[in-house]
Design a protein around this ligand. Sequence first.
Ligand code: KIV
Ligand code: ZN
Length: 542
Amino acid sequence: MSKQQPMDSIIIFDTTLRDGEQAPGGAMTIPEKVEIAHHLQRLGVDVIEAGFPISSPAQFEAVRRIVSEVHGPTICALARAKPDDIDAAGKALEGGAKTRIHTFIATSDIHLNAKFADERYGKTLSDKRQVVKKMAVDAVLRAKAFTPDVEFSAEDAGRTETAYLCEVVQAVIDAGATTINLPDTTGYCIPDEYGRLIREVMDGCTFSESVIFSTHCHDDLGLAVANSLSGVQAGARQVECTINGIGERAGNAALEEIAMALVVRADHFNVKTQINPSFLTDTSKLVSTFSGFVVQHNKAIVGKNAFSHEAGIHQDGVLKSRETYEIMRAEDVGQDSQAIRLGRHSGRHGLFNRIAQLGVKITDANKDQIYNDFVALADRKKEINDTDLLNLVHEHKQVKTQPHYKLESFHCSVGTGQEPKATVVIRDMRKDEVIEKSATGDGPIDALFRAIDHAVNEGHDLVNYSIRSVTEGADAFGEVSILIGLGGPLFAGKASSTDVIHASAEAYMNALNSLAAHRAEEESIQFVNSGIMQAFGSGASE
Ligand code: KIV
Ligand code: ZN
């Protein structure tokens, strides 16, 4: 298609709550489904397939809740081509402003022979085909009594003989189906084949402009997204997909990948959707949490690593111009824009750029040593985070500076039914004063940090606290990393011990000492500057 043609709209039909939830182990509760539906509405999907009401009371209730609470998208319910299924779907959708019944029946010979083996569906394959076609038509007619918006799916269309598929599709269009979905139920098709199927069925039927053809692709060969896009190119104007591509077996086409392919390659597809990509990552995280399916790090669009560069050559290129290795921006899909990830493959440019971003000044003379220490650390640790980096840089500075505060002792008490309490004794090395303070908190570490704050009185925010086990077992060595700051540069502290409360206290003290040293340095610069200004001032008046 040429760029000059007006863009067609693609209807995004999300089936996370129906086909997605059918994934083994992916069941979600009703409140979780309702919350996801709200997020799908915010994301801009056109149709939400909320469930399969006849299949269980919980499915029925989920559809009922979503149709009454989520406004904007069309809410759809699934039904086999059976009267009871259609009635249950119609009942669950009752009262909804925009509703759709989605009815389906299998059309491939493989399915007909297996699922309709009983002679009441006909003796020969040809008889069975006619019975199934009639069941499809009856289902559409029955659904029409509940809502004008009726979708028909020819299950296993991907392996159905095209001539028969056209016959069924024409019959359901004549019965009033407004959306015709051609599922590649088993993920068997390859892209040009699937596109051809859509094209041939569209060419083989007569229908008005209001009838929409739809794709529904499974990912058994990892081709669900490619097949869906091929269907769009062939003329489909609805795509059925799920967040994170969850679904039966290998899953469904991933909504986020479809949406971004249509944005990034609008020059190629010349179609648009109502999806607001900035909500993609949040929605993906929510679905991952509720379904229990972790999103793989390298997952396109929403994976943790989808916009991260670790290789030195890539980091160098991206820092010079993002276009070198990025076809879209992390921020556009709601991901963290921090693209540079530091690890053993990173180079000097990426490292020093990140240190500068953290507000830390280092001298050229220090750079080689810092880089060498970084490389040595990266050999031991997979990913170097900001806390590691600040520790590394501050280690160089701390050689020169004496700590301002020293933790002489601490005591924490915790127990059932007792508010956690901590007492610390801290020596202020500059004033040679010993301060004892106590505090309570949400837990022993919170109480401890509060007590230290009372004693030290260096205003700051706790930006990050993390703990990782360095060895194994109940007596494992715990390494605590702390990051503090107040708007400006950040200060890190690290300590390890088999006693994680002790390690936490020491790490916190290290971070506070770095902050105090920085503040003292700033004060002395200000002091020198004001002296210079005074000298100038008095000189000028003489
Ligand atoms: O994959 C499939 O065929 C389906 C139908 C119910 C649409 O999910
Ligand atoms: Zn499916």
